[in-house]
Design a protein around this ligand. Structure first.
Ligand code: ADE
Length: 236
């Protein structure tokens, strides 16, 4: 049976997947950490799902690269999956053709806000740039668009961020994928990022408002496309 771990940042993004797959909570990880784990079986796949959990001080969902690194590390160390799926939401640019609720697969995953101008090697290290060969093949079979998934720790977008993001052909902005890809690279485990658009970063509306209004819709679309991906993986 193939072991698959889904790393999902927020409970709102994970809820439709947990419900559709009938996953149950397992408490697999170190109890000192905020992550939450769920498990179940789907067709011939053994599925684990880990979320970042919530912040005990502020009562909000943990988002960004530190919780993503921690969750990915716990999942890879304890569960030894054969494939990591990072399912989540993202921003897109309407002038590059993105629409609310569109779902993309990351062909490459990079940081966009780790600028380390200390020579080519540090610059390349800062950007990360993790190639996702498995993902490109899966996207083709699912007829889903691919994009460059760009990770940073801010929901808003500074002019410098935008200039860097716009250097990429098709781009999605989010807050976890590159951190997870970095952990997965240490475990030599392939990763697929599946990202559903909650907000258009070049629209007149504020990103936070668009994100909140479209989170449920984008998470439902995410669940549908992840299910198609699992169906494909179950047949392979
Ligand atoms: N998640 C959803 N939309 C986002 C955006 N615009 N930036 C970062 N993370 C996001």
């Amino acid at each position: 049976m193939k072991r698959i771990t889904m790393v999902v940042a927020m409970k709102q993004e994970a809820a439709p997947l947990i419900e559709k797959l009938g996953l149950t909570e397992t408490n697999d990880t170190n109890p000192l950490l905020p992550c939450k784990t769920f498990a179940g079986e789907y067709k011939n796949l053994s599925i684990n799902l880990i979320t970042n959990g919530s912040d005990s001080v502020h009562g909000v969902e943990n988002v960004g690269t530190q919780p993503a690194t921690l969750a990915a590390y716990e999942a890879l160390r304890l569960l030894s999956p054969e494939l990591v799926i990072n399912a989540g939401t993202c921003g897109g640019f309407s002038d590059k053709g993105s629409k609310i609720g569109d779902v993309y697969i990351g062909e490459r995953i990079r940081f966009f806000d780790r600028r380390i101008p200390m020579g080519d090697h540090y610059e390349a290290y800062g950007d990360g740039n993790f190639q996702c060969e498995v993902a490109v093949d899966l996207a083709r079979k699912l007829d889903l668009p691919t994009s460059i998934v760009c990770t940073g720790n801010s929901l808003d977008m500074s002019p410098t961020d935008e200039a860097i993001l716009r250097q990429e052909p098709m781009v999605n902005k989010e807050m976890e994928a590159a951190a997870i890809a970095w952990v997965a690279s240490h475990y030599q485990t392939p990763m697929v990022a599946v990202k559903s658009v909650t907000d258009l970063m070049d629209s007149k509306h504020g990103t936070a408002e668009e994100f909140a209004s479209n989170l449920a819709l984008a998470s439902r679309n995410l669940q549908e496309e992840v299910l198609r991906l699992l169906d494909l993986l179950a047949r392979q």
